[in-house]
Design a binder for this molecule. Structure first.
Ligand SMILES: [Zn+2]
Length: 279
């Protein structure tokens, strides 16, 4: 994948050199987002607007020293591509995509969702609409997969959570989970995660159509392997336990692959309704 050809996002904050400040704050295109949520996902627009009514503190920071290296350029490029793709999809529904921020950190950092730690792996914090990635993650992933597309899939999955947030899906599911028992709550979490995988596939579909991106078959296979490696059943077995679907929060390897492929083949977010689907 020729990610160096992608437009670089201006929404990456490099905090590896120290200087912990909070990124975030909601850019409001509320009514528009509510409309796309209702059009694409059948989400109640009032719910979306209710969610967007809240704001979070906005403090600007340049972070630490800007390290101009491969990992930073990679996240800027891939994030830029996700912005272009989701911009296009939102625009097609007459909406405006509000991009997520991305914080690159080393070791530990603070998010509006609590402490960010390298051991947690990449995550998305809805409260500050920011993706947190520790640089060690790329080294770790390079150990299992040399494919840039596979690394980009993980980033696109986190962006998928941001899209869920914009569409009001995260908020709706969060409310449902709060009312549910543990097994139901875990099952809902699996559907959220599989949808983020499907959204990552949507990104993959659009990016694969870009000839300059030059994504190969081999890279797609590698991304599928990555999806499988982070399946709950595989992780539980690796931890020496018997895989127990009731405790899954992300889905099995097979499910994660299946939904990533679904998005990849379809290219249409409407096909990513993991809440209605039998999984
Ligand atoms: Zn996730």
């Amino acid at each position: 994948m020729n990610w160096r050809n992608f437009r670089k996002s201006g929404n990456v904050e490099d905090r590896r050199g120290g200087g912990a400040a909070r990124a975030g704050g909601l850019g409001i295109g509320g009514i528009i987002i509510a409309l796309i949520a209702s059009a694409v996902f059948g989400v109640n627009p009032a719910q979306v607007l209710g969610f967007l009514g809240g704001t979070s503190p906005r403090v600007s920071s340049n972070g630490g020293a800007a390290l101009n290296d491969r990992d930073k350029q990679f996240v800027e490029s891939v994030l830029g591509k996700t912005e272009d793709v989701w911009n296009g999809i939102f625009k097609a529904s007459g909406a405006t995509y509000q991009p997520a921020k991305l914080v690159l950190f080393a070791g530990q950092d603070q998010s509006a969702c609590g402490a960010a730690d390298a051991a947690m792996g990449p995550f998305y914090c809805p409260a500050d609409q920011t993706i947190y990635i520790d640089t060690a993650f790329f080294q770790e992933l390079r150990g299992t997969s040399n494919s840039d597309f596979a690394q980009a899939y993980v980033l696109a999955h986190e962006v998928g959570h941001h899209v869920q947030n914009l569409l009001g899906i995260s908020d709706k599911v969060q409310a449902q989970r709060a009312r549910s028992d543990k097994v139901t709550s875990n099952a809902l979490s699996v559907r959220v995660e599989l949808q983020a995988d499907c959204f990552a596939g949507i990104w993959g579909n659009a990016t694969a159509k870009d000839r300059n991106a030059n994504i190969t078959e081999k890279e797609i296979r590698s991304a599928l392997e990555t999806a499988a490696e982070i399946g709950d059943d595989v992780l539980q077995r690796q931890a020496g336990r018997v895989a127990n679907p009731h405790t899954f929060t992300h889905g099995s390897a097979a499910q994660r692959q299946q939904w990533f492929v679904k998005g990849l083949q379809s290219g249409s977010p409407a096909d990513c309704d993991t809440f209605k689907a039998r999984i």
